[in-house]
Design a protein around this ligand. Structure first.
Ligand SMILES: Cc1cc2nc3c(=O)[nH]c(=O)nc-3n(C[C@H](O)[C@H](O)[C@H](O)COP(=O)(O)OP(=O)(O)OC[C@H]3O[C@@H](n4cnc5c(N)ncnc54)[C@H](O)[C@@H]3O)c2cc1C
Length: 311
């Protein structure tokens, strides 16, 4: 999506693949400035003409997406609409799934909790059952953006977008989530493929997410002071797992590298009751907002905070 938009505007794939529609963010700001420098491109911020369709069921949404290669799912619109406004994407049609009851809500399913993909961040944050079973998840949802973003933005939109600084992907990885779509179930370990990339097909709809209930879990996030996105976010979950190298611990990190990842060395340290080692990766973000060494330091600090919050 972003690569195509870049081609239209004469911007290289490398530049655009680092783009984000959130303009308070570092990468997005750089691309926004490049776009604004192109005469006649963005002065008036017109949005391309597109069709709008409110889907009446998941089946209807799937059919509409299959019928049009350039149609896109619209959920909270918090990311997609700014992307269109800034011409990073130009879908021919938006298929609105935000009000579908079959994609909304929270329920317990045995040792999992199902959360509908169209469930708003504010509703995840305020759910009493989730607050008790997975306090890390509800804390995380309450830390996303601001009240307006939490009132519109959705779990499915956040996972499908897979912003490298988004919060939910870390919960999905740490809580062994299964991403359920209109055609299959994808394990979180196989879902996130790097910056803004996922295993989803372009016409695939996430309908819900099943999080496996941990013994305990917690999330800590150091916010970028302007955008509120994670400069480092660490989700820690513990499961019963006698004999496993990670002792049942799962640690997932967002905001630090080009995509969410599991921090295996930290998991092993937690299993051994040892001090987690400094993070060693070659894809740590190093930019004007924070050098790589500072981000890895923040990750260690957020891990310590999350551990302290475990109950
Ligand atoms: C000011 C601001 C601050 C923010 N701060 C944070 C923050 O601190 N942390 C954070 O994590 N996020 C933050 N966000 C992002 C926010 O969480 C968005 O809600 C989220 O990125 C996208 O969710 P959405 O429901 O709005 O999706 P949309 O904008 O509707 O869609 C985003 C993308 O996902 C696709 N999509 C949507 N739903 C589905 C689905 N069910 N199946 C398949 N594809 C789908 C769309 O086609 C589109 O490509 C912020 C956003 C803004 C505007």
């Amino acid at each position: 999506m972003l690569l195509e938009a870049g081609k239209d505007l004469g911007i290289s794939p490398g530049q655009v693949s680092a783009a984000s529609p959130r303009f308070a963010s570092p990468v997005a700001f750089r691309v926004d400035c490049r776009l604004r420098r192109k005469p006649g491109v963005l002065e008036d911020f017109p949005v391309y003409a597109f069709k709008y369709q409110r889907a009446e069921s998941v089946g209807a949404a799937s059919a509409a997406l299959s019928a049009d290669d350039s149609a896109k799912v619209l959920s909270g619109g918090m990311t997609l609409l700014p992307s269109m406004k800034h011409r990073l994407t130009a879908p021919s049609a938006l298929i609105d799934v935000a009000r579908l009851p079959e994609m909304t809500g929270v329920r317990q399913e045995g040792d999992h909790w199902w959360v509908g993909a169209a469930t708003k961040h504010q509703d995840v944050a305020a759910h009493p059952g989730l607050q008790k079973a997975m306090p890390g998840l509800t804390t995380l949802a309450g830390l996303i953006g601001d009240p307006q973003v939490r009132a519109r933005g959705t779990l499915g939109g956040s996972l499908a977008n897979n912003d490298p600084s988004a919060d939910y992907p870390s919960a999905a990885l740490a809580l062994q989530a299964q991403i359920i779509t209109d055609r299959r179930t994808i394990e979180a370990d196989d879902f996130f493929l790097g910056m803004f990339a996922t295993a989803l097909h372009s016409d695939e709809v996430i309908t819900g997410v099943r999080f496996r209930t941990p013994q305990r879990c917690a999330y800590a996030k150091f916010k970028h002071p302007a955008s509120g996105y994670a400069m480092a976010g660490v989700f820690v979950a513990q499961y019963a797992a006698a004999g496993a190298a990670n002792g049942g611990w799962r640690v997932a990190v967002t905001g630090v590298a080009n995509g969410v990842f599991r921090w295996h060395e930290a998991e092993q340290a937690l299993a051994q009751g040892a001090q987690p080692p400094a993070m060693q990766r070659d894809d740590v973000i190093d930019d004007v907002h924070a050098p790589a060494a500072y981000r890895t330091h923040l990750a260690l600090q957020m891990l310590a905070q999350a551990r302290q919050s475990l109950s």
